[in-house]
Design a protein around this ligand. Sequence first.
Ligand code: SAM
Ligand code: SF4
Ligand code: SF4
Length: 346
Amino acid sequence: MTMIKNTEKLRSKSVTLHKRPVSAQIYLTYKCTSKCRSCTFWQKKCEELPLDKVRTVIDKLVDFGVTIITLTGGDIFLRKDFKEIFEYLKSKKVSIILCANGIIFPDSIIEMINQYGRCYVLFSLDTLDKKKYKYLRGVDQLDRVISNILKFKVKARNLPRMFMTVSKVNYEEILPILNFCKKNRLSVTFCPYISAEDAVWVTDDPELKFDKSIRHKISEEYHKLAKLSKTERSLFGFSEYYNFCAKVCQGETAGPCGAGYDVITITPNGGVSACLNLPEIGNIFNESLEEIYSKDWQSQVKKCYSTLPCAMSCTHQILLARKYPLKFIAESIRSGRFIDYIGFLK
Ligand SMILES: C[S@@+](CC[C@H](N)C(=O)[O-])C[C@H]1O[C@@H](n2cnc3c(N)ncnc32)[C@H](O)[C@@H]1O
Ligand code: SF4
Ligand code: SF4
């Protein structure tokens, strides 16, 4: 309770500093080349916005003050107009993050990314075992994904970052995946599987969920990561984030997140929500972002973080970095991590 109260105090301070989010996640499509057990997107019917409307979304976000835009999905590379969307973002001079499952990754995209310094790619990498990959991601594509990651790494201007969704099935691979990333000079974040019934995004899969028998073990792995993150350059995320994950794995609702405050979410039909896991609060084509933001989305977010054990990296890391600024800066410098993403924020 004390943790939640303290973070809420911090939140009210940070909101006065950041009245609007600086970062947005645009879900370009729910169509996907994978069928992950952890995610519902690939099963959804999905209408995509045409290119001119995606450009309008980008214009509105930039006018609203957003400077970092994540393109995500689904599989963003299934969109035939991906290059045009990327070019438009470049013309707006925003920093770009691309979230990819690594299955489709054409050379022409590599060139495009490298011509623009302010972009990095986040690849999902949940396991190095082919059978587990098929079990978790629903498709037999591990070899192709690894090959695309390593091919891109050789040419990449900013260090590619791996993203492992840690569940009951793969938690024993945390250290092997970290070692794989160290060996290949890649960066990696380890985020616990979020499970919820009837959620917009996540599943509630008993095969993946942390049950009582395993919580302690997974939490121990996160405490190891917290120690390592103080000096390990390949480990993206600082010690307070991994200590926080350790609590969440024990089933604690660990307190406020940055959903809506730091990050705004746009769904494939132009819907606006504070978090991908929450219902839409409006549509960008029916109302202005100012009007949408004047609604009470905060109580939705509060209800969610008060009941759901969640350590989603994009919404919790910024908040924790603001809560522990000196630790965040010191560990980023000591580990050398800050060097890897300096170009991205220039
Ligand atoms: C929604 S996906 C979007 C990008 C792309 N489709 C992919 O999977 O790489 C973003 C990240 O969330 C992860 N993820 C999926 N289901 C999750 C869950 N239930 N809890 C936490 N992370 C999850 C994915 O593995 C992926 O790394
Ligand atoms: S997690 Fe990503 S790759 Fe997997 S089904 Fe969901 S959207 Fe597709
Ligand atoms: S706790 Fe926050 S980031 Fe996690 S699902 Fe809920 S609103 Fe989203």
